[in-house]
Design a protein around this ligand. Structure first.
Ligand SMILES: *[C@@H]1O[C@H](CO)[C@@H](O)[C@H](O)[C@H]1NC(C)=O
Ligand SMILES: *[C@@H]1O[C@H](CO)[C@@H](O)[C@H](O)[C@H]1NC(C)=O
Ligand SMILES: *[C@@H]1O[C@H](CO)[C@@H](O)[C@H](O)[C@H]1NC(C)=O
Ligand SMILES: *[C@@H]1O[C@H](CO)[C@@H](O)[C@H](O)[C@H]1NC(C)=O
Ligand SMILES: *[C@@H]1O[C@H](CO)[C@@H](O)[C@H](O)[C@H]1NC(C)=O
Length: 383
């Protein structure tokens, strides 16, 4: 990307001009105009949460004392922006990238300009990349193209406003998981940090085709160690854990609760978690009540699971709860990572407020570390 260096200034000025032109008037929709200012602390520890719900009633039940950044997935909302900022949290949005953009500098520049305009116009704090398509090891053009796009984004965003945050979601391990042979080391240098998706760890099951943990403690740890070995420092990694699990129909169950699953191939491997389906924590807690085994604990992964029977089929549910999450959060603290995060904040039951449900939500939120505790927040009526 050397060839772009002499152009950086020219490009930047033209970007700023275009962004201003695209954004036009930037009226603040919050009750207090200061709530439209981006969050300025760029070094703090993270509790980085993805939000899919478009419902303000749901967001109001998040524990904002914990959250440092919320990623809007599939929507933009002024209400969310005002709410997040009033709680001292960043609000960013997820950036989708078509693969053909990775090898076309013109398309990349347009992409960055367009997305920077969205961020400034909507008073957001940055962008999160969630590109997850395969890049085989021999496609160095795509690998370097992706890195170039992220670098370009980082440069332009930071030049425009140094408080803006640019992050990239990466697989649980850098070892070409799901054929994602990205340049992780360089990606870490052209972002604020990587969000390590320490889940879907059974997307490529190479041993016996059986139900296994979605986010096993030791597998998660080995992934992080490979990132360290690749030269990525702890302050460049946020440990992402699941608030969802997998619901596997068993083709056979043994006495010791080993659940054999159907062979469903994924990216070159014959057996995968695609044999099951993803279910949210609220649904898991709902069916746990009718489980045939009760909550079981797997010491080899430090995660819970249980069996459930419906219409004659046995299902095995592999998931995380506050106990297993706490083990992983403690690991993040021990490694002094940049922080932790979840996919996704809306996986709990926010539509009921029975003591049981309120307790369930409180326990999930309280499992997070208390990084933000001492930081001041603006307490104001945000709408
Ligand atoms: C890049 O994309 C633009 C816009 O679609 C197109 O005009 C141009 O030919 C492409 N360049 C290359 C090198 O493919
Ligand atoms: C995957 O399944 C196919 C068809 O059943 C078989 O030919 C192939 O050897 C299997 N590959 C592996 C790696 O097990
Ligand atoms: C649990 O089982 C009871 C009794 O069979 C049934 O009425 C109830 O609907 C079941 N609940 C769930 C969540 O499946
Ligand atoms: C069980 O059977 C009922 C009635 O046919 C159906 O509505 C339900 O979806 C079935 N459950 C599962 C898990 O397949
Ligand atoms: C939110 O988190 C804070 C900090 O851990 C805690 O003191 C508070 O009780 C939590 N609120 C709820 C509703 O659980």
């Amino acid at each position: 990307m050397e060839r772009w260096c002499p152009l950086v200034l020219i490009v930047l000025f033209s970007v700023i001009w275009r962004v201003h032109r695209i954004s036009g008037e930037t009226n603040c929709p919050c009750s207090n105009p200061s709530l439209c200012e981006p969050i300025k602390d760029t070094n703090r520890k993270e509790v980085f949460v993805f939000s899919l719900s478009k419902d303000i009633q749901t967001w109001q039940k998040y524990n904002w004392t914990k959250i440092s950044t919320v990623v809007m997935v599939g929507y933009y909302s002024d209400d969310m922006m005002c709410l997040a900022h009033s709680n001292g949290a960043r609000v960013v949005f997820i950036g989708g990238v078509p693969t053909e953009y990775l090898t076309n500098a013109t398309l990349q520049e347009e992409w960055v300009v367009k997305n920077l305009a969205i961020v400034t116009q909507k008073h957001l704090d940055g962008i999160n990349f969630d590109y997850e398509s395969p890049i085989p090891a021999d496609r160095t053009d795509l690998r370097d193209g992706y890195t170039a796009l992220v670098r370009r984004t980082y440069k332009m965003f930071k030049q425009y406003n140094p408080s803006y945050q640019v992050t990239v979601d990466v697989a649980w391990s850098p070892a070409c998981i799901d054929q994602r042979c990205y340049d992780y080391k360089t990606l870490a240098t052209v972002t604020d940090f990587l969000f390590v998706m320490s889940y879907d760890e059974q997307s490529q099951i190479k041993g016996p085709c059986i139900a296994l943990a979605n986010s096993g403690f030791y597998k998660t740890q080995s992934g992080l160690q490979k990132y360290f070995a690749a030269g990525i420092s702890s302050d460049k990694m946020v440990l992402g854990v699941p608030w969802y699990g997998y619901y596997y129909p068993c083709v056979d169950v043994t006495e010791d609760n080993t659940c054999a699953i159907k062979h469903v191939p994924f990216r070159g491997v014959n057996c995968s978690d695609a044999a099951g389906r993803e279910i949210n924590y609220d649904f898991i807690m709902h069916i746990l009540k009718n489980s045939t085994t009760g909550r079981l604990w797997e010491t080899s992964t430090l995660t819970p699971y249980f069996n459930y029977k419906e219409n004659g089929t046995t299902y095995q549910i592999r998931y995380d709860d506050p106990v297993s999450l706490k083990f992983k959060f403690d690991m993040a603290l021990r490694y002094n990572l940049r922080g932790v995060g979840i996919w996704n904040a809306d996986a709990l039951d926010y539509s009921h407020d029975t003591p049981e449900v309120v307790h369930q939500r409180a326990q999930m939120w309280q499992a997070f570390p208390d990084y933000k505790k001492s930081e001041p927040t603006i307490n104001s009526d945000f709408i």
